[in-house]
Design a protein around this ligand. Structure first.
Ligand code: CA
Length: 227
């Protein structure tokens, strides 16, 4: 899971979209406050940090990450608005592992992310098997089993389920689900998501309630993965 703290929605969405399309799970945050809520839910394997934020400073966030036992070793890449020597030096001195001056091209960005992951020996393959209670999902085989009985899902239902499973513990908005499963260009309504969740729950039978509705926000699959 890669966390991105960036207040500019255009950049944040493009980055999360590009990461997801490259096979990395990611989650974007627009404020320091939201970011630390996310950190409490799940410790990411990599963090991308903007410097100028509406409710704080990326360098302060970095110091806080470095001073906490659970996040001390998480690699951090700074996204610097100004490609100045000063920002670069400040970031690296504060313990950043890399920095990326904005604006940047997505090809170079992904190459740098992969490089950083290799350097820290982070598993690049995302998880491809899930087991929650009586539900078992295998990505490579496209298998969904409930109490060992196969369940037939449409490809979109499968994608929605996998997206929720990959982000266990996080509440995903209908927009996030739609962008991820149907793509940014999809011109549908968020109601589409509700329709798919409803049929998913029906098909999952005794496992229906692993998908929780979070009122006026979206959906989540409750339990955090045990690491
Ligand atoms: Ca900013």
């Amino acid at each position: 899971m890669i966390y991105i703290l960036e207040d500019e929605p255009g950049i944040r969405n493009l980055v999360t979209y590009t990461l997801e399309r490259s096979g990395f799970e990611s989650c974007g945050f627009g404020t320091v406050a939201e970011f630390f809520v996310g950190i409490r839910v799940r410790v990411p394997s990599l963090v991308l940090l903007d410097i100028m934020l509406p409710d704080g400073d990326g360098l302060e966030v970095l110091k806080k990450l470095r001073s906490s036992a659970s996040t001390k070793k998480v690699p951090v890449m700074m996204l610097t608005a100004k490609d100045t020597e000063y920002d670069k030096v400040m970031g690296l001195e504060a313990g950043a592992d890399d920095y990326m001056p904005k604006p940047f091209g997505m090809m170079e960005f992904i190459a740098r992310i992969k490089n950083l992951m290799r350097r820290y020996d982070i598993e690049i393959q995302s998880e491809n098997e899930f087991r929650i209670g009586k539900l078992y999902v295998s990505l490579p085989r496209h298998d969904v089993l409930v109490e060992d009985n196969p369940v037939v899902l449409t490809s979109k239902e499968f994608d929605v389920l996998v997206y929720l499973l990959r982000n266990q513990g996080l509440v995903l908005t209908r927009d996030q689900i739609m962008n991820n499963v149907w793509g940014m260009d999809f011109d549908g309504e968020t109601r589409t998501v509700d329709v798919h969740i409803r049929s998913l729950r029906q098909k999952l039978g005794v496992c229906a309630d692993i998908i929780e509705t979070v009122r006026s926000v979206g959906y989540k699959i409750g339990s955090r993965p045990k690491t």
